[in-house]
Write a protein that binds this ligand. Structure first.
Ligand SMILES: [Zn+2]
Length: 276
């Protein structure tokens, strides 16, 4: 629908973008919060959204859409042919509400822990701004040797009756002690015990992709060490804010919290929204 109109619109668009007054026209697709958009093209040079820029990957610009993104987003790319932009609409929030019971200290942390929690939040936020050379290609290797069906990405969380941030990862049930594996080559940028996430390992895979493994019983890598795909990071446990042993696995890509199922597991990449 409207492809010709869109094509002539693109020419016009390149001109207006050059004048730095970008308008991408009507949305060309709807994407779920926490989703991923792929815009393939020839001779791509650079991809951009919200002033953040990155390199194309396998002949396409990939745009991770944050779990709490809303409204319309403008996606920009540069090729040898010039600058182009598209608008996508973020769909209605599709994930259910999940009620959980946890120890009260994870709902109303004691005053003497607030400074620690804030310090940990800042340390983690800094990782999501890292931009190092890319060391992965989709799909990623599984974080558990046998990857069960994942759980409840995006669920709105209610702990002991109180609303909290939505669930920004996938929960995989596994026996305590099961090895947790690196999903791609990278560098361990944080390995520590955090208040909510428990024993946690964060790996920078380059190109702004950070993988996170939470609630481990043991951490088996050092901060600063290099890992290959399949290397052991630690073991499944139940540390931090949990209702039982499981692996919480999360991905941030260019700062956006996305559904890990889009990059790993049996349906990897199948749910990516293609635009043209
Ligand atoms: Zn989780």
């Amino acid at each position: 629908m409207g492809r010709d109109r869109r094509r002539s619109g693109t020419l016009l668009l390149a001109l207006t973008l050059a004048a730095d007054t970008a308008r991408a026209g009507e949305p060309v697709a709807t994407v779920a919060p926490g989703g991923l958009v792929r815009w393939s093209g020839a001779h791509l040079l650079e991809c951009e959204r919200d002033g953040r820029r990155w390199a194309p990957l396998e002949g396409a610009c990939w745009y991770p859409i944050d779990l709490e993104a809303e409204g319309e987003l403008e996606l920009v790319r540069r090729s040898t042919g010039g600058v182009a932009a598209r608008r996508v609409r973020v769909g209605v929030y599709p994930y259910p509400v999940q009620e959980l019971e946890v120890e009260e200290k994870y709902v109303a942390p004691p005053a003497d822990q607030l400074e620690r929690i804030e310090r940990e939040r800042r340390a983690v936020a800094a990782l999501f701004r890292l931009e190092t050379p890319r060391r992965f290609a989709p799909p990623l290797a599984p974080p558990l040797e046998r990857l069960p069906a994942s759980g409840r990405f995006g669920a709105r969380r209610v702990f002991n009756g109180q609303a909290r941030s939505p669930h920004s990862g996938a929960d995989y049930r596994a026996t305590p002690g099961t090895p947790v594996l690196a999903v791609a080559p990278g560098r361990v940028v944080l390995a520590a015990e955090h208040y909510f996430a428990g024993k946690s390992v964060f790996v920078d895979h380059g190109d702004g992709l950070i993988s996170m493994s939470f609630h481990l019983s043991d951490i088996e890598v050092e901060e600063g060490s290099e890992v290959r795909a399949g290397d052991r990071l630690g073991r499944v446990g139940a540390t931090g804010r949990v209702t039982g042993p499981h692996l919480h696995f999360g991905l941030r890509w260019h700062g956006a919290r996305i559904d890990p199922g889009l990059l790993l597991g049996a349906d990897a990449v199948a749910g990516v929204v293609e635009i043209r």
